[in-house]
Design a binder for this molecule. Sequence first.
Ligand code: TXA
Ligand code: MG
Length: 331
Amino acid sequence: MERILPATDENIKKGAEILKGGGLVAFPTETVYGLGANAFLSQAVARVFEVKGRPRFDPLIVHISHRQMVFHLFREVPSVAEVLMEKFWPGPLTLVLPKKEEVPDIVTAGLSTVAVRMPDHPVALKLIEWTGAPVAAPSANRFGHLSPTRAQEVALDLGEGVDLILDGGKTKIGVESTVIMIEEEKIFLLRPGGVSVEEIEKWVGKIETTLSSPEILSPGTLKKHYAPRIPLYLFEGDVEELLLCDLSGIAIVSPFPIAHSREEVKVLSEKGDIREVASNLFSVLRELEESHFRAIISLTVEEKGLGRAVMDRLKRASSGYVKVREGKLVL
Ligand code: TXA
Ligand code: MG
């Protein structure tokens, strides 16, 4: 069997059979590609950790296709969660709430909570529905690498470990879902993502965005994560000055168009749209790490709306900031 198949109904059905039998299927969502296993088959979920090289303390997101499925996962559904599910599902919002006992510990890394979302992608929804069970799926990359936005990138990262990769083209949003935890009507941001904090706050009021140690509450949010294989630095100063430096072997990533652009400048959105910036971020970084460049310097965006998720990923991918001093690049 060929490992990457187009995501036709027939192939999605094959995928569902594989998941039912305890195999692993990579599939597109609206954010990034996921590496799925039947959430109620512990052995299958264990294989997800092996194939990704992911530490067992890092819990997975469980994907559902119908609202009713949350009743197999969450112990209770508070009213704020109802509101958020109504407004944002299907979509890039993951809710963390106390779990039902039946949810295998391996899915939640032993935590008493479980993370759940309903992806806004027909292939993902059909796959889950035809499997007839929720699907635990982290992003389909090697642990620590950039999340894949294309099927070929999944194959490059995970290769033989996956039984089937469903190719649904490039994913639309390009950064992972927003993860929030609901605790007695209080809401904490664990990871900025595809739904902005501002949008969430419109429906449920102020949410807590300044957790001092999100890595404890959400072990997957390790500082260094989502990194390309060549060093990446951030730059916040005067771009004109930067372009006057010796940049041999260095690619410049610019979210938005800049004046006096050159060949080594990769613009993420020519039309200046932050959604396009997010959707191209990981694929451009992956292309650059495969190219002849030795390092990447990325310009920054304002940390509001989707820009918060973009900057979160850029900071995690980076080894710090560079500056220009007397015409030279310094760390
Ligand atoms: O967009 C996405 O969310 C993608 C697609 C495939 O759905 N998935 C994804 O999964 O990014 P992953 O495993 O790469 O990231 C899951 C995040 C991690 O930061 C993890 O720590 C957090 O969700 N998480 C999962 N369960 C949790 C829990 N019970 N408590 C706190 N954080 C949790
Ligand atoms: Mg991930």
